[in-house]
Design a protein around this ligand. Structure first.
Ligand code: DX5
Ligand code: ZN
Length: 224
């Protein structure tokens, strides 16, 4: 039995009351907190850093915090996020000059490691990196902003990534990020994804529990 994970992206939360928003969404059935870090360099937007991650831990958040680095370079900030309470740290291979070193650095700091693939980025780097990867994150929008539409060709990439993971025999999560909502999550699960980031689809609704429940029932219906 696959355990499906729903990881709301706090990018679409109300930052003026972030602690309460995170408490609410976890209480309403979310599994992880997806934490989008943007540097106005690797992507054309600027968000939050390790201090905010630590603030959530100090606030009492115990759920896994899934840190998605959209920054360049990546290595300088990895130890800071590990110390701030990140559970897993993913980065874009284009943003690191030494992908193997960055993956090892994440692991040396006690976090799960992962690579993030933009829609047009091939999965080829995995040929020599999969041994150090706990998660593959497929972007289904170009990174930088919440609320964009799912890019359909990424569905084929989910199938490809699932094949690579199964062939490796390793325990690697397959996460999809961008334009995920209750209406497409079942199809994405059926294609082989097991971890779902959703920002606007959850935080733009007043009742988080009902969206998350709908997502879970659509996953169940599509994968039985
Ligand atoms: C985009 C971020 C996403 C984003 C998803 O660069 O990585 O995590 O918040 O937002 P939605 O679910 O609204 O597409
Ligand atoms: Zn993200």
């Amino acid at each position: 039995m696959t355990d499906y994970v729903i990881a709301p992206s706090i990018l679409s939360a109300n930052f003026a009351k972030l602690g309460e928003e995170v408490d609410q969404v976890l209480n309403d059935g979310a599994d992880w907190v997806h934490f989008d870090v943007m540097d106005n360099h690797y992507v054309p937007n600027l968000t939050i850093g390790p201090m905010v991650c630590k603030a959530l831990r100090d606030h009492g958040v115990t759920a896994p915090i899934d840190v998605h680095l959209m920054v360049e370079p990546v290595d300088r900030i990895i130890p800071d996020f590990a110390e701030a309470g990140a559970s897993m740290i993913t980065f874009h291979p284009e943003a690191s000059k030494h992908v193997d070193r960055s993956l090892q650095l994440i692991r040396d700091h006690g976090c799960k490691s992962g690579l993030v693939f933009n829609p047009a980025t091939p999965l080829t780097v995995l040929e020599w990196a999969i041994e150090k990867v706990d998660m593959i994150l497929l972007m289904s929008v170009n990174p930088g902003f919440g609320g964009q539409s799912f890019i359909p060709f990424v569905k084929q990439k989910i199938v490809e990534a699932r094949k690579l993971i199964d062939a490796s025999g390793r325990n690697i999560r397959l996460e999809v990020d961008g334009g995920v909502k209750a209406s497409n999550i079942g199809e994405l699960a059926a294609l082989g994804a097991d971890t779902f980031v959703a920002g606007s689809a959850i935080f733009n609704q007043s009742d988080y529990a009902s969206v998350i429940n709908e997502m879970r029932s659509n996953i169940s219906a599509a994968t039985k």
